[in-house]
Design a protein around this ligand. Structure first.
Ligand code: URA
Length: 281
């Protein structure tokens, strides 16, 4: 059975911080029926969104125009995908740190491998490092990352790498499709995605998350191997390597598009409901 989702005072406070006002709690609807067909089942209804300070600061060029889609590319000066597929965490991290499989290696300060507990049951997949992430070698540390942290906190998750999966806040592992920053935060190119994708695939295989939250067009289209826009993919449960995938908007986009935050909250609720529904499976 799907346990009803109730928000405690802390979660409500976090939602308020996210700019989300929750009203009229509803009993939970039935869980998603099957992968790929489930409808949005947000247990709480979002009434409206409030302006907040972090909405006004961010300008982000990524994530919207439908110009490129993932395509296969042959391996270049990086490890072969079949070798990556056998790596353990240290080998994988070292391979990423030394990767020269595409031109992005020339401009990077740091590779951005991923962060969070390797025991996490939740995985977030974003797009690519930005300027701050390239500087610090950590994903989602800029303004979009701060919003992401608030969104995750609102559903009881933390990126702390020592988080106990059995306790709240539970751990989440965060990684990007690309491990190196595209210059000027331009969109990832199909060939860059293709060359980096074996690393993400191996991260998923090693982590074996129970649920993946795919944020933004490039994460979504890479994982699901589709060209469909997010608007047509969200609200259902998809699969990547047998792991349920929930699709949502990129936090950088949410910083510019306030009304979409209501949809992002619905997506988080669907992710929570899905995760609770597969508990013990
Ligand atoms: N946007 C992303 O998709 N990933 C990051 O790490 C930072 C910004």
């Amino acid at each position: 059975m799907n346990a009803p989702l109730t928000l405690d005072a802390r979660q409500r406070a976090m939602l308020a911080e996210m700019g989300v006002r929750v009203w009229q709690p509803k009993p939970p609807a039935p869980p998603p029926e099957t992968a790929r067909t489930a409808a949005v089942n947000a247990p709480e209804k979002i009434a409206s969104f409030q302006d907040s300070t972090w909405d006004k600061t961010q300008k982000h060029s990524k994530n919207l125009p439908p110009d490129s889609t993932p395509q296969a590319a042959p391996p270049a000066a990086g490890p072969r995908p079949q070798d990556v597929a056998l790596m353990d965490w240290p080998a994988l991290q070292a391979a990423v740190a030394g990767c020269q499989a595409c031109g992005l290696c020339a401009g990077r300060t740091h590779t951005v491998f991923g962060v969070g507990s390797r025991q996490a049951e939740w995985m977030v997949v974003g797009e690519a490092p930005g300027e701050q992430e390239d500087r610090q070698g950590q994903p989602f540390v800029g303004q979009a990352g701060k919003l992401l942290d608030r969104m995750l906190a609102a559903i009881g998750l933390t990126r702390a790498d020592d988080a106990d999966p059995a306790k709240k806040p539970a751990g989440v592992y965060i990684a990007n499709v690309l491990k190196c920053r595209p210059p000027g935060n331009r969109n990832p190119q199909p060939e860059e995605i293709a060359r980096c994708e074996p690393y993400l695939r191996r991260q998923v295989a090693l982590l074996r998350p129970k649920i993946i939250l795919a944020l933004g067009r490039f994460a979504v289209q890479t994982l699901l191997q589709t060209t469909e826009p997010i608007g047509r993919l969200r609200g259902r449960v998809h699969l990547y390597e047998d792991v349920p995938v929930i699709v949502s908007y990129h936090p950088a986009y949410l910083l510019r598009a306030l009304p979409e935050k209501a949809k992002a909250w619905e997506d988080l609720c669907l992710a929570l409901a899905t995760r609770e529904n597969i508990e013990g499976v």
